[in-house]
Design a binder for this molecule. Sequence first.
Ligand SMILES: Cc1ncc(COP(=O)(O)O)c(C=O)c1O
Length: 473
Amino acid sequence: MLSVLKNAITKVNLADEPLAGHKIATDPVIEGLVNDLADEVMVMNESIEGIRKPQASLAEQSKKLIDHIGVLRGRPLYHNYIGTGAGRGPFVELEDGSVKMDLINGIGIHLMGHSNPRVMKAAIRGALSDIIMQGNLQPNMEYVKLAEKLVQIAGRKSRIKHAWFSTCGTMANENALKMARQKNSPAKLVFAMKNAFAGRSTMMAEITDNPAYKQGLPEYNEVLRIPNYDKKDPQSAEKALRAMKEQYAKNEKNVSCFSFEPMLGEGGFVPTPREFYVPMLDFCQQHKIAVWVDEVQTFARTGEFFAFESLDIGQYVDMVTIAKTVQLGATLYTEEYNPKPGLIAGTFSGGSTSMATGLEMLEMLEEGYLGPNGRIAQIHNRFVAGLNAINEGTCKGLVRDAGGMGLMLAFTPFDGTKDQVEALIKKLFNNGMIAFGCGKDPVRIRFLVPAVIQDHEIDLAVQIVEQTILQGL
Ligand SMILES: Cc1ncc(COP(=O)(O)O)c(C=O)c1O
């Protein structure tokens, strides 16, 4: 019995064959099969060429499905949307037979659009892994590679040294908050912007400045609000700093961090200049208040990997949180904020396919999408110019203040009331475009544009906005 055991151990130890996992990763037969599988799917996706109306024969069944999911969730879907699982670039096929131009992409998940062949191949690779979800106890190589990439790109213009995965932006934010509170213990309060959105957990709902998202929840009174940038007010930066100083004076030694989105999503996608943030960041640095940039929405979208690079505020950053485009959540942090063992963990770190596809998309971005003349900047400029042109022309004054950062765009339709925007979103949907709202006063139309959109597709998007606005309310 002992000798059998000894032989088994010896056999394993002496084997110098390539590891099975390495063979799977490099084997040409598997490579061919992955390519063939994705290519075959793409042949079918080729029938998706542009916007298509629903098919009468599918309408009834699709409506039943949409109603059914509403009953299961206890709340109807916002859009009459159930995807078939097929799409191409900015276009997605729905169960009612229609094809829509998707300019919201799951609120910013599908950075490379629908059915991107490279992303699909990376996803198949991820699915070939021995496990579906990776854990923080037993990671695989996808975990190593993605963490390495994130630390490398984040550390180029900041002091960030570490990355910790989670499964969504909310949890990445919770981890950041815990790190800030532990390092600056017993300080617990949080500086956060007016109109902030931070996620859906109890504490992130508290940081979020929207009463509709926390009806019936208790107030914990742990957030100190800072007024927003107002481009019409030259004193805006001064007012924000003053508010921060006043709040600090009342709560000295009890502020753990300053959490902010480089451009507020719920705040209406109003680009905010560096000069607005810098005085507050200086103040936080001086008082050892953690600077935590919530880039859950801005990451990979502003024309640089991080909006903190676009705004050139990397030297201030202690923690950055990301999610959405990278297909899982991550908290990135400096050596100083590296928490004590035990503070952050969790069973899941993320799915193998999420890690493989997140990494693939980051690598794709480095192939011409970034920088002042990169594709993201070109898309932004063409889209904004198109919207401005109709605002000057056929839709005079009805498509106001088009702008944003990179692939995050918004405009104010009509008078920017909630009812007008809700009605317009439904009409855009019926005319083949998927959009969403943002902001409060005014309410705006929001687009999270896929990086793969072509120039003629941007022109088509502007045309749809124009025609829909001209149909009136
Ligand atoms: C700025 C910001 N923070 C946090 C979150 C929450 O992320 P998740 O929905 O992945 O939990 C979001 C989501 O929209 C966000 O935009």
